[in-house]
Design a protein around this ligand. Structure first.
Ligand code: 2BA
Length: 109
């Protein structure tokens, strides 16, 4: 058994869960926060057989889009805040960051 851990944008999370359930995959969604943007995203856990991993990845690819976001960098700690001018920079977020892990054992109690 494999555990797919997908970090997706909040905007895509509902569509992804609906598509996974429609394709008869079991999924759990956790609210999470990106370390860089400090914005809400969603972490979706999907446990499935090894032979179905690519099917899950195809569903994720279909539902999750790449988006660009503007970020204002924080001022450096050493500079006085009033002398610092920050220019927003563009970062590309998503479609999804996916980890596929081996599961030693799954128990339903
Ligand atoms: P965040 O950490 O909020 O990052 C959002 C986007 O900001 C990233 O998109 C990336 O394009 C950019 N970014 C992140 N760190 C950066 C840095 N030090 N300098 C410049 N740009 C930076 P994605 O790569 O698509 O990642 C989306 C979210 O997936 C991340 O949100 C984070 O929650 C998660 N993630 C990405 N890589 C990860 C990893 N190796 N381990 C754990 N979580 C990860």
């Amino acid at each position: 058994m494999q555990l797919i851990l997908a970090i997706v944008q909040e905007k895509d999370s509902r569509r992804l869960i609906e598509a996974l359930v429609a394709a008869e995959f079991q999924a759990t969604m956790l609210a999470s926060t990106g370390g860089f943007l400090r914005e809400g995203n969603a972490t979706v856990l999907i446990g499935t057989e090894e032979k179905k991993v690519d099917d899950v990845l195809a569903v994720i690819q279909k539902c999750c889009r790449v988006r660009e976001q503007l970020v204002s960098p924080l001022p450096p700690v050493v500079e006085p805040v009033d002398s610092y001018i920050s220019y927003p920079v563009k970062v590309q977020v998503g479609g999804a960051i996916v980890f596929v892990l081996d599961v030693a054992r799954m128990v339903k109690i």
